[in-house]
Design a protein around this ligand. Structure first.
Ligand SMILES: Cc1cc2nc3c(=O)[nH]c(=O)nc-3n(C[C@H](O)[C@H](O)[C@H](O)COP(=O)(O)O)c2cc1C
Length: 169
């Protein structure tokens, strides 16, 4: 699939078959995350891969909007290191770019995924830090639940000419 087609046809997938993605696909997805742009090229990201059933279920139990995670079978929690990127805004932007890169890669591989937010929700951040045993300097930004699709979602076209401003507002 070419890049433009992948970007224009990606959708959030929340229904999965339960089959676990292959390790070689996981490596490609992570590689796409590492390829994201970052402020000052600091690359503050760290990736926590959830594969263990107990860890996955514990996370899904505590996150009200990630109940699809056990069925997806694999989670990638994208975190940023505040010692590497001291501007929290940049850290979140960098990690979000990595998340979007991975979502596109996942779709291009024929798999499905959904981005589940963590940052800036204090309760979700605290819960994630505790469950994953994250050091103080590591901020969890978002979770990607990834697996084999069990729903078909048509591409949508959200293009809106009214939101484009040329030269001045
Ligand atoms: C920062 C962020 C947080 C999100 N959090 C959740 C979430 O917790 N659970 C969920 O099911 N979807 C979540 N989503 C997915 C959005 O609901 C989804 O992208 C949106 O409805 C548009 O649908 P599409 O991805 O199919 O284009 C999140 C998306 C973003 C960007």
């Amino acid at each position: 699939m070419d890049a433009l087609k992948a970007i224009l046809t990606r959708r959030s997938i929340r229904k999965f078959t339960g089959e676990i993605i292959k390790d070689e696909d996981l490596q490609l997805i992570l590689k796409a995350g590492f390829a994201a742009p970052s402020a000052h090229n600091r690359q503050p990201w760290e990736f926590v891969v959830l594969k263990d059933k107990n860890n996955i279920e514990a996370f899904a139990k505590e996150h009200p909007y990630a109940k699809m995670l056990p069925q997806a079978g694999c989670g990638i929690i994208v975190c940023g290191n505040i010692d590497v990127q001291k501007e929290e805004g940049f850290l979140v932007e960098d990690c979000s770019a990595a998340i979007q890169n991975m979502l596109i890669a996942i779709h291009a591989l024929g798999l499905g995924a959904v981005w589940c937010g963590i940052h800036p929700k204090t309760k979700l951040t605290k819960m994630t830090k505790k469950l994953l045993n994250l050091p103080d300097s590591i901020i969890p930004v978002g979770l990607i639940a990834v697996g084999y699709k069990n729903e078909i979602k048509e591409p949508k076209d959200d293009f809106d000419e009214k939101k484009i401003h040329y030269n001045k507002w």
